[in-house]
Design a protein around this ligand. Structure first.
Ligand SMILES: *Cc1c(COP(=O)(O)O)cnc(C)c1O
Length: 401
C-alpha cells in the first residue's frame, strides 16, 4: 500500500542521514534570526546584499500593494499583466542591454519556472542540449522535460564539451550552464563557453542566480563580470536572492522572448505574481545599481576574503579532519567535509553554539562531498565572520576528542 511503501523509503533515507527538515523562522531573513524560539547567527541565505529586510524594499512592497492590490488575479496572457510587471521588464531589459544587444526581458514567478519554461521552449523543434553536470536542478529538469537530446559534460570540462559539439549535427544547439555553481561557488568559464558557442553556431544559456546583483559593474551579473556581449547569450537571473524579493527573469533576443510568451507553458498557465512584488523589484534594481549597492558589494567581497583567509588557516591546523575549501571567490563558501554524518555533526556542533550553517548532502551534491554551505551577506559584519570561524575551531576540537 502506498503509505507503507513511502514510510519504508522515508526510513531508508533516515538511515542514510538524508532526512531533510525545515526550520521555522519567526523573524525576517537577516544574519540574526529567531528560529524555532532560539536566536541564531545565520550563514545560510542567498540574500547576498542583505536586501530582503531593507526598509526601502519593505516600503516599496507596501506601496505596490496599495497601488496595485494584493494579487494579480490572472495569468499574464489573460488579464494579470500589470503596469508594475511591464515597467520592471523594461528596466531589466535596459539593465541587460550592455551584455545582450536589443535584449528584451520576461518576468517569471520563480527561477525554477523560468528554467522549466526556457529550456524546453527553445528545444521544441529538435535540438541538442549540452549541460554542465553540476547545473542546478531546474536546468536539469528543464532539459529532461524538453524533446531535445541531452549531453552532459563533466563539471567545467570544456574539452569534453568541444568534442560533443563537434560531433553534433543538429541545427539547434544550446549550451546550458550555471554562471556561479550554487553548491560550490565557482564560476563557469563563460568567455570560453561563448567562444565555443560562436565556433559551433550554438546558443549559450546562462543561469545567473548567484551572480546577479553581486558580480560585475553595478552588480549586473556574471556576463558583465567577464565583459561579454553577444546576441547568442540568453540569461536567467533570480530575483529572490541578491535582489531580496522574489521571482526571476529571462533576458534574450526579442524573438526568443516573444517565443516564450507565445509557447512556454510554465509562463502561460500560471497566475502572474502579485504586481506589488514587481514594484518592489524596481526599487531593488535601483538600490543594486546605485552607490548603496556598490558599498554592499565591496563589504561582501571583503567578508569573503576574510573568511577564506581564516578558514585556510583553520583547515591547515586540523588537516587530519580532511576538510577542504571550494575554489570560490563568491559569497558561496562551502566547507567540504565528506560524509553525510560528518556534515550533520559539524552543522549540529555549530548549532549548539548558536550558529546556523546548513549541511548539504546528496543528491544535491555528489556522494562523498557533503558539506557546510556557508553563505555570506553584506548584512554580516566582520565580527559575525569571526564568530563563525571561532565556532568552527571549537567544533574541530570537539570532533578530535
Ligand atoms: C535558486 C536557483 C534557481 C531557482 O530560482 P528560484 O527563484 O529560487 O526558483 C535556479 N538556478 C539556480 C542556479 C539557483 O541557485
Amino acid at each position: 500500500m502506498l503509505i507503507d511503501h513511502l514510510n519504508r523509503q522515508l526510513r531508508e533515507r533516515a538511515d542514510q542521514a538524508l532526512t531533510r527538515t525545515r526550520r521555522t523562522a519567526e523573524s525576517p531573513c537577516a544574519p540574526r534570526q529567531t528560529v524555532d524560539g532560539r536566536d541564531l547567527l545565520a550563514f545560510c541565505s542567498n540574500d547576498y546584499l542583505g536586501l530582503a529586510h531593507h526598509p526601502a524594499l519593505v516600503e516599496a512592497l507596501a506601496e505596490g500593494a496599495r497601488r496595485f492590490g494584493a494579487g494579480s488575479g490572472a495569468s499574464h496572457l489573460v488579464s494579470g499583466h500589470s503596469r508594475a510587471h511591464a515597467t520592471l521588464e523594461e528596466e531589466l531589459a535596459a539593465w541587460m542591454a550592455p551584455c545582450i544587444p536589443n535584449a528584451r526581458a520576461l518576468y517569471f514567478c520563480t527561477g525554477f519556472m523560468a528554467n522549466m519554461a526556457l529550456v524546453p521552449a527553445l528545444s521544441a523543434q529538435g535540438a541538442t542540449i549540452f549541460a554542465d553536470k553540476l547545473n542546478h536542478a531546474s536546468l536539469v529538469d528543464g532539459a529532461l522535460m524538453s524533446k531535445a537530446r541531452l549531453h552532459r559534460y563533466a563539471h567545467r570540462n570544456l574539452a569534453v564539451l568541444e568534442r560533443q559539439l563537434s560531433a553534433c549535427d543538429t541545427e539547434i544547439k544550446l549550451i546550458v550552464t550555471d554562471a556561479v555553481f550554487s553548491m560550490d561557488g565557482d564560476l563557469a568559464d563563460l568567455p570560453a563557453l561563448l567562444a565555443l558557442a560562436e565556433r559551433f553556431d550554438a546558443w549559450l544559456v546562462v543561469d545567473d542566480a548567484h551572480g546577479f546583483g553581486v558580480l560585475g559593474t553595478q552588480g549586473r551579473g556574471s556576463l558583465a563580470h567577464f565583459g561579454l556581449r553577444s546576441e547568442r547569450l540568453i540569461t536567467m537571473g533570480t530575483l529572490g536572492k541578491a535582489a531580496g524579493v522574489g521571482g526571476a527573469f529571462v533576458a534574450a533576443h526579442p524573438t526568443i522572448i516573444e517565443w516564450l510568451v507565445q509557447t512556454a507553458r510554465p509562463y502561460i498557465y500560471t497566475t502572474a505574481a502579485p504586481p506589488a512584488i514587481a514594484h518592489a523589484l524596481s526599487a531593488s534594481l535601483q538600490l543594486i545599481a546605485g552607490p548603496e549597492g556598490e558599498q554592499r558589494r565591496a563589504h561582501l567581497h571583503a567578508l569573503v576574503a576574510q573568511l577564506r583567509g581564516e578558514l585556510s588557516k583553520l583547515i591547515a591546523a586540523h588537516a587530519d579532519l580532511g576538510w577542504s575549501l571550494a575554489d570560490s571567490a563568491t559569497a558561496i563558501q562551502p566547507l567540504i567535509v565528506g560524509s553525510n554524518a560528518a556534515a550533520l555533526a559539524l552543522s549540529a556542533a555549530l548549532d549548539a553554539q548558536g550558529l546556523w550553517v546548513p549541511a548539504i548532502r546528496p543528491p544535491t551534491v555528489p556522494v562523498g562531498t557533503a558539506r557546510l554551505r556557508i553563505t555570506l551577506s553584506a548584512a554580516h559584519s566582520a565580527q559575525d565572520v569571526q564568530r563563525l570561524v571561532d565556532g568552527l575551531a571549537v567544533a574541530a576540537k570537539e570532533l578530535h576528542a
